[in-house]
Design a protein. Structure first.
Ligand SMILES: Cc1cc2nc3c(=O)[nH]c(=O)nc-3n(C[C@H](O)[C@H](O)[C@H](O)COP(=O)(O)O)c2cc1C
Length: 294
């Protein structure tokens, strides 16, 4: 089946599937595998310290894939920057943004805090800018300052949390009414039903985070992968981290891990999502060979 949405059109990807930004593991091998499997792989810039290191990663990516990919710039909020010297501001990324744009990276994503200056640089280079936020309110602000698409992370997701966060269901259905640019749903999605549900709720694409941490190409440690594969979703720590904003810096994934029981390749993961989604659509009576969501 052909999957056609505003995001596949904007990114030139086969599927409306986007890789999450990942501290520590968002590197070229992982991102290239994701892009080669038909999604939009993402290199996460905060994992690199110097211009040379970042340039090397981009060069590596070019060798590993000829498919579209993006680079994420996670901008830390001022209160986090006060606590940590290593937390990046928007300005501290400018050299990396230039390196990515010079290397012809077409999609730049930003997240966590305001990033309109990066957005402007991206637009000046004729590329697209996606911004990720934890609330619909911040997504509206991002649209106002020019983001070409917004990702909203539901309360079910891991990563940066916000006390005013809503669920993916509320985010997507509400944002669909309030926001014109394409939407990307993130948070708690780990199988074909979650994928289809997000599209039905108004998303133009789906972002996978926790669910792909234990794939073969993920550079996560074996311990970390085991934590995903064997995570008891009824364990209290899940609720503490995901819903009660505790265990802040612990590397606990979201409930999306509950859908993952074996270490597959990224290709297998994405193929399973698509094959199962298509099977569900057929069971629901969909007979076409092209699904168009605009
Ligand atoms: C290990 C890990 C590291 C992450 N690091 C970042 C990051 O540096 N920047 C960011 O914007 N999001 C980060 N995220 C969040 C993901 O990009 C994505 O928004 C989130 O995982 C979606 O929710 P899910 O885990 O339920 O799929 C991270 C997620 C995980 C699991």
């Amino acid at each position: 089946m052909i999957w056609n949405t505003r995001i596949t059109k904007m990114t030139n990807t086969q599927y409306p599937i986007i890789m999450g930004a990942f501290a520590i593991i968002g590197r070229a091998e992982f991102a290239a595998a994701f892009s080669n499997a038909g999604g939009l792989g993402i290199i996460t810039a905060l994992n690199f310290r110097t211009n040379e290191e970042f340039q090397e990663e981009i060069d590596k990516m070019k060798k590993l894939t000829n498919k579209p990919y993006g680079v994420n710039f996670t901008v830390w909020p001022p209160q986090v920057r006060q606590r940590s010297e290593r937390a990046q501001s928007e300005e501290s990324y400018f050299d990396f943004v230039d390196i990515a744009l010079d290397a012809d990276v077409k999609v730049i994503t930003t997240s966590a805090y305001k990033a309109a200056k990066i957005g402007k640089k991206v637009h000046d280079a004729g590329c697209v800018w996606f911004h990720k936020s934890a609330t619909v309110k911040h997504a509206i602000s991002a649209e106002k300052v020019g983001a070409d698409a917004v990702t909203i992370v539901g309360l079910e997701g891991t990563g940066f949390k916000n006390p005013n966060q809503n669920t993916t269901l509320v985010n997507m259905t509400m944002a669909r009414k309030l926001i014109k640019v394409p939407l990307i749903a993130a948070g708690g999605i780990g199988d074909a039903r979650g994928f289809l549900a997000a599209l039905a709720m108004g998303a133009d694409a789906v972002c996978f985070g926790s669910a792909i941490m234990a794939t073969k190409e993920s550079p996560a440690s074996e311990t970390w992968k085991k934590q995903v594969l064997y995570q008891d979703i009824f364990d209290e720590k899940f609720y503490k981290k995901i819903y009660h904003l505790e265990l802040r810096d612990s590397p606990i994934g979201s409930m999306a891990c509950g859908h993952v029981n074996e270490e597959t390749t990224i290709k297998q993961f994405i193929e399973d999502i698509i094959a199962n989604a298509e099977e569900i659509l057929r069971r629901w009576g969909f007979e076409g060979n092209k699904i168009t969501i605009f």
